[in-house]
Design a protein around this ligand. Sequence first.
Ligand code: ZN
Length: 94
Amino acid sequence: MTRRPDTLALYLEFCIAIRSLTRLHRVSVTSWWRSHEHNRNERGLPGSRHLDGVGADLILDQNEDRAAVMKTARSLGLQVVDERDHLHVELDPV
Ligand SMILES: [Zn+2]
């Protein structure tokens, strides 16, 4: 079963996790909420969590420790996918 962002609490949990990541590491959010059209253009999955605002893409500053960012993200309850040119993070399914 996957947690759906059908409650404000889950959405806020995601927002707080992103906020923490940007404060603990030198990262920038390049994609968060997407329209369906933009998601198709980005070749996002039809059920992408970007569509519900609980998926985001991050880029790291040049000297940031990628493994450390991923570890922190997971500790904040996020699932991390290394897409090489960015990290995709989303609420970790329960
Ligand atoms: Zn993404």
